[in-house]
Design a protein around this ligand. Structure first.
Ligand code: UT7
Length: 342
């Protein structure tokens, strides 16, 4: 028997209600609306209230994805996140329980901003193996918790949010069937995007009266750090090349690609990816102007926005592509199905 294809059949999203504009940031940091717009394309991002954690965002998006799919049950939950509620346990089992899904398989996937694509490929693999017949794949992040309040380069970019899709077992030629995923990593670049302290390499410890240190005796850095310029170049090359490989595997030329839904990191990156692929820029939907870079939530949020604005329509030959810390990257294809995002 042929392995079952994973068919995307539901899409849901959630953003916390508090919007933070560039002008809001400029009142706190040495930055300006003009700099942020011209260097990143971002106008607004959303920030979760102090009492709201990643599982809260994930549950909201997951509930909406199930509604969009017309289901109240699935056989598993795969949650992509860099900002789990706690270092232990994984956040997905809690999300599954809160969604009333019972004792289904549930675990987290960590691939930073590529997390959603890694989770999607994992969910599709579980379906192909016959382990589950359906799975809820969620990307959710609360970066506002790990950003250095004084770091204008990361505060300008990242926002909180969640997006989720439902995958079900189906046929490879159905609308929504995922093509084989292209995934890659380069751990020699692990320092380029990192939260240095708080793991087993540099555990956080209170050091006497001087505050937080690490188990290795040095000062702690519990914040997310990104070497923007180096990451920029890699992001363009890896996202474009992965997307072209995924398209080729689907039997598509660049001309065949109706929509390239790319991780929303920076408008200049989106343009450079399209240009490198020789794809007209208008085929690459933009959502970061409204939500910033929402990490693992970025692609499902961009998909929902593209559907809502009529940019993405049933039948469109669609390529998803992402890049993130690790370094990691990934891409996958599908013909966009008829569905109503919730
Ligand atoms: O999601 C995972 C993947 N992430 C990405 O792909 C992000 C990739 N990188 C980027 O998007 C860009 O590199 C950034 C938006 C982070 C930075 O833009 P850039 O054009 O690469 O600027 P830069 O880092 O080279 O910094 C140029 C200048 C610096 O000042 P000096 O050293 O030249 O005096 C920065 O301090 O811009 C300064 N700067 C800012 N100025 C005003 C950085 N952030 C800001 C800011 N407002 N928010």
């Amino acid at each position: 028997m042929n392995a079952a294809a994973a068919v995307l059949c539901g899409l849901g999203t959630w953003l916390p209600p508090q919007a933070v504009t560039n002008d809001d940031l400029a009142r706190e940091l040495d930055t300006s609306d003009d700099w942020i717009r011209s260097r990143t394309g971002i106008g607004t991002r959303f920030v979760a209230a102090p009492t709201v954690a990643t599982s809260d965002l994930a549950v909201e998006a997951g509930r909406r994805a199930l509604k969009s799919a017309g289901r109240d049950a699935v056989d598993g939950v795969v949650l992509a996140t860099t900002t789990p509620d706690r270092p232990c346990p994984a956040t997905a089992p809690l999300v599954a329980a809160r969604l009333g899904l019972g004792t289904v398989a549930a675990f987290d996937v960590g691939a930073v901003c590529t997390g959603f694509l890694y989770a999607l490929a994992t969910g599709a693999g579980l379906i192909a193996a016959g382990t589950v017949g359906s799975v809820l794949v969620i990307g959710a992040d609360t970066y506002s918790r790990i950003l250095d309040p004084a770091d204008r380069s990361t505060r300008a970019i990242f926002g909180d949010g969640a997006g989720a899709v439902v995958l079900r077992s189906g046929g490879a030629t159905e609308p929504g069937a995922l093509g084989s995923a292209v995934l890659g990593s380069d751990g020699t670049g692990s320092e380029l995007i990192t939260v240095r302290s708080g793991g087993s390499r540099e555990p956080l410890q209170m050091s006497g009266t001087s505050g937080m240190g690490t188990g290795t005796g040095g000062p702690a850095d519990p914040y997310f750090r990104m070497a923007g310029k180096a990451v920029f170049r890699s992001a363009v090359e890896r996202m474009a090349d992965a997307a072209l490989t995924a398209a080729r595997r689907a039997g598509w030329t660049t001309d065949d690609i109706d929509r390239l839904v790319a991780h929303q990191a920076n408008l200049r990156i989106l343009h450079a990816v399209a240009d490198r692929m020789r794809l007209p820029r208008h085929r690459c939907p933009v959502h970061l102007d409204q939500v910033g870079n929402t990490a693992a939530a970025s692609i499902p949020l961009a998909l929902a926005h593209a559907v809502a604005t009529g940019t993405l329509a049933p039948g469109h030959r669609t390529v998803l592509t992402a890049f993130g810390g690790g370094l990691t990257w990934g891409s996958c294809t599908l013909r966009w199905p008829a569905l109503t995002p919730a």
